[in-house]
Design a protein around this ligand. Structure first.
Ligand code: MG
Length: 301
């Protein structure tokens, strides 16, 4: 399933993304007799497994409900989970080439991190897949982009082993961990520079894991005004998804609906020579094969 949250006729709905259309889930579920609250994607993520399986089964017959399809052009997509309950968990420095580009002199050999570097983004950073990104010039002159694969937890737990980790994954999204580099450095701890409002667009849908044949094969791409800046493969992550979940959940309970952004590859603006920071009017497109594309414009705050 490709689960979306959208505004249509001034109401918020959940739906299935089907190519260039959305199908409101409420209509499909109601006519099927399935007893499941589909009013929010978070509620769906938290549903019992048998109900989810029934919804998934029903979604395979979505074409039977095509009279209820709405063209994507007539809806406004929101983030699939517009108001996460908890901060977004993030991994820093998870691609070797990105670690190298961030070091002075850009050495060819560096020691790999022994454990993942975790931080979080405040919930108000969450933004729509095509939401505008605020650039407040009084706060930052070094706004930068970071395309990332985001993982949505489906079944919570603590002390989850690598072997069991994928059983706890609900699905995947494209995300962008927009960062105010000057605030990130000035405040020492990364939280402030990573948590400005609008700086975590994600979506366009939560793609359930059964839809993805091999997550590690997917390509991650980012362009600014059409110019290619980041280009990598999920397989290049230093800590893969099972490792991230094992480290993060050690003594720390993960909950259904938690979002984990898994780090960005090389090609960020601050590491260019000279650095290229984002400016008002820039359009950033973040893409992961099979998951979709985010398109975000930088606007003056
Ligand atoms: Mg990041």
């Amino acid at each position: 399933m490709r689960l979306v949250t959208f505004i249509y006729a001034e109401q918020q709905h959940t739906g299935l993304l089907l190519g260039e259309c959305v199908l409101p889930l409420a209509e499909m579920v109601k006519s099927s007799g399935l007893e499941l609250d589909v009013s929010t994607v978070l509620g769906i993520v938290r549903s019992p497994k048998d109900k989810l399986n029934a919804l998934s089964e029903l979604s395979r017959r979505a074409f039977e409900f095509r009279s209820a399809f709405i063209p994507l052009s007539r809806v406004k997509l929101l983030a699939p989970i517009p108001h996460p309950v908890r901060n977004v968990f993030c991994v820093g420095r998870n691609y070797l080439d990105h670690i190298k580009e961030g070091l002075p002199g850009k050495p060819t050999e560096v020691a790999l991190p022994v454990v993942p570097q975790f931080f979080s983004k405040a919930t108000h950073a969450v933004n729509a897949p095509d939401g505008d990104i605020r650039l407040d010039a009084s706060l930052t002159s070094k706004l930068d982009y970071e395309v990332e694969l985001a993982v949505v937890i489906g079944r919570g737990g603590r002390d989850i082993s690598k072997a069991a980790a994928l059983d706890h994954v609900f699905g995947y999204c494209v995300a962008n961990d927009f960062t105010a580099r000057d605030l990130q450095r000035r405040h020492d701890q990364w939280f402030k520079g990573k948590s400005l409002d609008t700086t975590f667009p994600f979506g366009p849908a939560i793609v359930t894991k059964d839809e993805i044949n091999n997550i590690n094969e997917l390509k991650i791409i980012l362009t600014v005004n059409g110019e290619l800046r980041q280009h990598a493969q999920v397989a290049q992550m230093i800590f893969d998804i099972p490792a991230i979940i094992e480290y993060l959940s050690a003594g720390l309970t993960l909950e259904a609906g938690d979002i984990i952004s898994t780090g960005t590859p090389s090609g960020v603006g601050y590491a260019m020579t000279p650095p290229h920071y984002l400016k008002v009017g820039d359009v950033v497109e973040s893409h992961i094969d099979e998951l979709g594309t985010l398109r975000n414009m930088i606007v003056a705050a």
